[in-house]
Design a protein around this ligand. Structure first.
Ligand SMILES: [Zn+2]
Length: 103
């Protein structure tokens, strides 16, 4: 492993695993925009933290000029800029549609 920096740890309480995903939503006030980070997550905690981010997003009050997209899942790449992160629509679809099937 490289000696530059240390691994970013999953945001889930008590989880010591390095984060590999970033859960974030695009926010804008009409003038500027940024990627608002909700959580950094390891693979195991991703479904739970993504659900928590969706709940936070739904509870968020916005000013008239503000827009906040539904949170997305991005692959966390050290040193990459937000615009360069690869978005994982497949995982979002998987976790955003709770299936209550008991197969
Ligand atoms: Zn975790």
């Amino acid at each position: 492993m490289a000696l530059s920096g240390y691994p970013v740890i999953c945001y889930a309480v008590g989880c010591p695993t390095p984060a590999v995903y970033k859960i974030a939503a695009r926010w804008s006030d009409g003038l500027t925009h940024e990627l608002k980070t909700y959580y950094l997550s390891c693979a195991d905690c991703l479904p739970r933290l993504f659900a928590a981010a969706l709940a936070k997003r739904n509870a968020c009050r916005l000013a008239p000029d503000e827009t906040l997209d539904i949170p997305g899942i991005y692959e966390l790449v050290r040193g990459a800029r937000d615009r360069d992160l690869r978005r994982r629509f497949d995982l979002e679809t998987l976790f955003a549609s709770p299936s209550r099937d008991s197969s």
